[in-house]
Write a protein of this length. Structure first.
Length: 224
């Protein structure tokens, strides 16, 4: 369980606990783990595994129950119970029972063009948290709305990867949705398109329009 301490464990009677304090009953069917990952689906057998963000691999014992609901390379938040650990010196592998799978929006970076300028919008959005895992830049977001679908994109000006940091704009289109409730979402963006040939990393800066006309900025380094 070395790497799974990165995730959360829910005990039925003890609420949320850190995975660092596991006891000998860590594989109890009463224990539930939650982690972000990507579906790897076998096109022949239709079965699938889940590669968690920390590199551990989950082998669902009840995969047939979810076969029609998942696709290859789908980003998910998996809720699972560990039923056993596989012996592998290089990669942590676990047999699990999937309790639920939540689809996470997983998108590529868009180039800003006149054709999409209006549709990407520039409505306020709050970045509650952000983290980088492999090629995936993840955001936990808050916005205001009520009943209409919102569009969220990460965009850049065309042909800007030669200059660092690469400037990325988090854009939000609320589609004129009335601001009735504070809402939240988790979105993941694939940074592969800003890779530069001959380099193994690239620096980037993210800009977003927050509420009260404030501008939020942060920088990072994408290593590949």
């Amino acid at each position: 369980m070395k790497k799974l301490i990165f995730y959360l464990m829910l005990g039925i009677t003890v609420g949320f606990l850190s995975g660092c304090d596991l006891d000998d009953d860590e594989y109890s069917m009463d224990n539930v783990w939650v982690g972000y990952g990507v579906i790897q689906k076998d096109s022949v057998s239709d079965s699938f595994t889940i590669e968690l963000d920390n590199g551990a691999i989950l082998f669902p014992a009840n995969s047939s129950h979810w076969d029609d609901d998942v696709t290859d390379d789908q980003r998910v938040l998996a809720n699972f119970t560990i039923v056993g650990e596989r012996q592998n010196e290089d990669i942590e592998q676990y047999d699990v029972r999937i309790n639920s799978l939540r689809n996470i929006l997983f998108k590529s970076i868009l180039d800003i063009t006149p054709a999409i300028e209006d549709s990407i919008g520039n409505d306020p959005i709050h970045i509650k948290d952000h983290w980088l895992r492999n090629n995936m830049l993840n955001f936990e977001l808050q916005y205001r709305g009520g009943s209409t679908v919102h569009y969220i994109n990460l965009v850049k000006q065309p042909d800007t990867t030669a200059t660092e940091p690469v400037v990325l704009e988090l854009r939000h289109n609320d589609n004129d949705d009335p601001e009735m409730f504070r809402m939240s979402a988790v979105v993941t963006f694939d940074l592969s398109s800003i890779q530069v040939a001959g380099k193994d990393s690239v620096s980037f800066k993210v800009i977003a329009k927050d509420f009260d006309d404030e501008t939020l900025e942060f920088t990072g380094v994408y290593k590949y």
